[in-house]
Design a protein around this ligand. Sequence first.
Ligand code: FES
Length: 635
Amino acid sequence: MITFLPYGRRVEARRGEKILEAALEAGIRIRSLCGGRGLCGRCRVIVRGGGENLSPPSETEKRTLSKDELSEGFRLACQTEIASLGDIVVEIPFESQPYKQRLLTGGLERPVQLKPAVRRVVVKVRKPTLKNVESDVDLLLEALEREVGNRPRVGYEALKRVPSAIREGEWTVSVVLWMDREIISIEPGRPRKGLYGLAVDVGTTKLAAFLVDLESGETVATASDMNPQISYGEDVISRISYTLEGEGHLEKLRRAVTEGINRLLREACEAAGVEPSMVYDMTVVGNTAMHHIFLGIPPRYVSLSPYPPVVRSPVDVKAKELGVELNVGAYVHALPVIAGFVGADAVADILATGIHEEEATSLLIDIGTNTEIVLGCRDELTACSCASGPAFEGAHITHGMRAVEGAIERIWIDPETLEPVYKTIGDVEPRGICGSAIIDAAAEMLKAGIIGADGTFKRDLEAPNIRREGGTVEFVVAPKEETSTGKDIVITQRDLREIQLAKAAIYTGTSILMRRMGIKPRDIEKAFIAGAFGNYVDPENAQIIGMYPEIPLERVRFVGNTAGSGARMALLSTDVRRLAAEVVRRVRYLELGADPDFQSEFLKATHLPHMEPERFPNVMRILKKVRKADLRKRA
Ligand code: FES
């Protein structure tokens, strides 16, 4: 038996099983950025009892954990095997527990005319007579034809309910039609229930769900959580790799996300006082790997050149087949995808921002672990994506964390004293730094002259918050006396490097796309920056570090979770679904890896703001002004 603290949850241990696997079975999540490959060191647990029943520390553990940690009982959950069947007690320390992320659920959304895929029709059915004995279904379809002008097929789940519904309703029934082509539900008499739909955004890191009243078009509840697949790897590639590593792995991932969606469905329904059986339709968006995995489609070839998706067109599948607990006859509509690395979420972004209808040249950047970029206007749209990594979501940063309570979300540095001032989410004691403050930190350190354009700490600069120890340099943002973890929160040289790599990927993707299309930063009249991370970013600081080309700031708009908005629009209107399929046909995909300039562009973009400062005249003016003022003050 293995007991997990602090939850007190217990599961029967199996010999040869890893602690990480046993935790998953117990429904407990442990951070595992590398998907259990022993690379990230984030799955640290502390063995509190029964250590003799575990395998001895592996070479990987000896490399990753210090001697002190090993003697305190620290182990890597993905490396430690259950060697014999005795009682084991394992504590999952705070830093190894996944964070509940503060999520953006709302985003820019364009109004649509209500025309959902499902509608309810009430019909009066003729009774059969002895002279003319017709089947229940024939009589039902005859009545429906009078009402809607065609004879839909009768879905199997509805078919089983036909005889009782007709008679219980005394020959009046309410049927729910899907696309006017199929009866998906039948209830006796006049409707007593509402008609709802669920729009879901399946992100690599997060899930967001919107419960929508399909008769009024109103969103009645939202719910969000981490994508439970995160325990199997934090990025798209490690998830795909996981599906290839063993039989049944794809199904494990598929089930994990389905269960996550079911939890959000229940949470949203409870909040709105709606039964899940009243939810008759669902739309879903996600990047291509998330889309394929949710549908149970092997994503293997998405990760292999030339990265083809298995399917681009929209997919309609019964919710029951996927295990999503909507009304038993309901369908799930997965929006179409553009390419292997530009998925249905990017399609939803396009629909919500409306850049496919813009006369003006527009840019859309959806920042996440994978960043999608779309450029153009109604005549021409080109999309690409880049692996920007999880740095802006707090991973790979020493004290990085997601945007949850206790995360430092803004940082300012006094250019005279070099002392930082910060603000945390929830105004509580800090326990880490989230993406927006990670950008602030780099920009403010650059403005204050703590680091140079190459991102390294200035050698000769001394200040109370700059600490040099054992050849490493770090900037203390919050001393341990102020933090809830009792540890200093710092930005290290390695963190700055991670930030430089992430922002360079976004800049390079955007600039190559612009160059290929002959578009200069000043030609861009509208720039939409989307994503849960985007809303908390200071646009000027993002530009100071060179995250995207120098577009006039007044043209930059942070638009929130537009992937969720697009999914909701498609839920409200079948016209939007048709439009999505058309947009996919119009968007050209550009594979960045194949661009001969990618490497050199990327290298130049790692500088702050860029190795060619003439690309950022305004930023250079800001930096000069700050430094002049600083020199005056110091004088
Ligand atoms: S080291 Fe164990 S999950 Fe990464």
